[in-house]
Design a protein around this ligand. Structure first.
Ligand SMILES: *Cc1c(COP(=O)(O)O)cnc(C)c1O
Length: 484
């Protein structure tokens, strides 16, 4: 027997639970506080460092634990300002030139705000027809710029890693790679492929696949003829060549693999051709990128990250399949919980196309900037990034002691300082430490051909000529100081 509900208790609960919903005056005050905070953050961004080194970064957050009673919004903003938005890499800054920057469009912040307020469901068309149409429209737009046809489909995910996983699961299922097949199935990548590819293979239960590292040329691009030879050799050995991953811009050096040739070889040998365009694919919007990224449309699947080169805030990647039905094959599931959702709808539902069910309504943070600003400023910004990288590549060579890698395919430059004596690796590691301590700009490092090299990635919509000039100045100053 259940206990009788006490109405007084209910009223007490209601009184407290109603504080979850601020009234109009409170809302206005809160929005003003947050907008004020955002405004001062953005106003100071120009002067703000690219990196802040600190002892125990963010630790005071832990001195303010989650408790039964709350604190006022002003104090919460103070905690965020001191402990979250200060230490570490300033990813919103135009002086962030390490890893892969993007920036974080303000229009997207507004889109997120609206998506959170309305809390529209974007998992299926039945629940949120407008939200789903909006996302599918963005997917079609991306498919179109890649050069995929009508039969293509895809979905927005949290980032490139989940997009890789989704595509690789499709490739696995479509090619029937399971059981004993796994250990004789061969994957072809280069040493410059992003580690999220092997991570996705692992998660998809494919760790036992044979992985071949196809050699690269002097510009870190996959050697197509080596790919063809390796595939033929593997076939002779009784193995099953299955998947080739071509990079439309590697994270390491920005190099673009010969996609048309890889497409040709894939077709000849029945390989699944997957393109990693997480960083590079959006450069197809530029005249500079068009030629170099040719061949993306020959792939069976591709990923691209709007939170990188479409400048969205972190949390948006995309996967596209040349044939959307392959997504349904892997990810469409039946359940009583969704029995009210009609089988057939005007639009494909995101829940049938990825591991997700309930999910962030990511479409709005992408749609709002594209609609309000139009595509033209994005094209210009991406061309600007490519040309800034070329400019840096030219100018850094004029500073005594610096040597550069190949001219950039897209917007990443590798370089290092060759000291008059001693180990270049140790010197460049110390130079990087000095850059971080200095903090004006942020760059990162990688290893290429066994050498420790510095790496400049131009990717934020906020990075302009003055930021690159300042970077050159910092590098000249700090390296000069080190050689004394
Ligand atoms: C960033 C990146 C990834 C991984 O994407 P996330 O969005 O960080 O998960 C994959 N491939 C390349 C080339 C990347 O630059």
């Amino acid at each position: 027997m259940s206990e009788k509900v006490d109405i007084d208790d209910l009223e007490r609960m209601e009184a407290l639970s109603r504080t979850l919903e601020p009234g109009p005056a409170d809302r206005e005050r809160m929005v003003a506080l947050v907008a004020g905070y955002a405004e001062s953050f953005l106003k100071e961004l120009d002067q703000a460092p690219g990196f802040v080194l600190s002892d125990a970064p963010g630790a005071p957050l832990l001195d303010s634990p989650i408790t039964e009673d709350g604190i006022d919004l002003g104090s919460a903003l103070q905690l965020i300002g001191d402990n979250v938005d200060r230490p570490g890499i300033n990813t919103a800054s135009g002086k962030m030139l390490g890893f892969i920057p993007g920036g974080g469009l303000f229009h997207s912040a507004l889109g997120d705000f609206l998506a959170a307020v309305s809390n529209r469901y974007s998992g299926h068309f039945f629940g949120g027809p407008g939200a789903v149409r909006m996302e599918n429209m963005l997917v079609s737009w991306m498919a179109n710029i890649i050069g995929y046809l009508e039969s293509a489909g895809g979905t927005l995910l949290s980032g490139g890693s989940l997009a890789h996983l989704t595509a690789i699961v499709c490739a696995r299922d479509s090619c029937g790679i399971q059981g004993e097949e796994v250990a004789r199935s061969v994957v072809y990548i280069t040493e410059h492929a992003h580690h999220s590819v092997s991570k996705a293979l692992h998660i998809a239960g494919l760790s036992e696949c044979v992985v071949r590292h196809v050699p690269v040329d002097g510009r870190f691009r996959m050697e197509a003829h080596s790919l063809a030879e390796t595939v033929k050799g593997d076939k002779k050995r009784g193995l099953r060549p299955w998947l080739v991953v071509g990079s439309a811009g590697t994270t390491n050096t920005g190099s673009v693999d010969p996609l048309p040739e890889i497409g040709e070889i894939s077709e000849q040998h029945g390989l699944w051709f997957h393109v990693d365009g997480a960083y590079g694919a959006f450069f197809i919007l530029t005249p500079e990128g068009k030629g170099i990224l040719e061949g993306m449309a020959r792939s069976d699947s591709i990923i691209m990250d709007p939170h990188k080169t479409l400048f969205l805030p972190h949390g948006t990647g995309a996967v596209l399949l040349k044939d959307w039905k392959q997504l349904h094959k892997s990810f469409r599931w039946q359940s009583y919980v969704v029995q009210d959702v009609p089988e057939r709808a005007d639009e494909l539902s995101p829940m049938d196309m990825s591991p997700e069910l309930t999910r962030h309504f990511r479409g709005l943070r992408m749609w709002l900037p594209l609609k309000v600003l139009g595509v033209a400023p994005f094209r210009a910004a991406l061309s600007e990034k490519i040309n800034l990288a070329r400019y840096f590549h030219e100018q850094i060579q004029k500073i005594d002691g610096f040597e550069v890698g190949p001219a950039p395919d897209l917007s990443i430059v590798i370089f290092r300082f060759i000291p008059p004596q001693g180990s270049p690796d140790a010197f460049n590691q110390r130079l990087l430490e000095a850059i971080l301590e200095d903090g004006r700009i942020f760059v990162s490092s990688t290893r290429v051909d066994g050498n420790f090299v510095l790496r400049l990635a131009v990717g934020s919509f906020r990075t302009h000529l003055n930021d690159i000039d300042e970077t050159l100045e910092v590098l000249e100053q700090l390296s000069g100081r080190m050689v004394g």
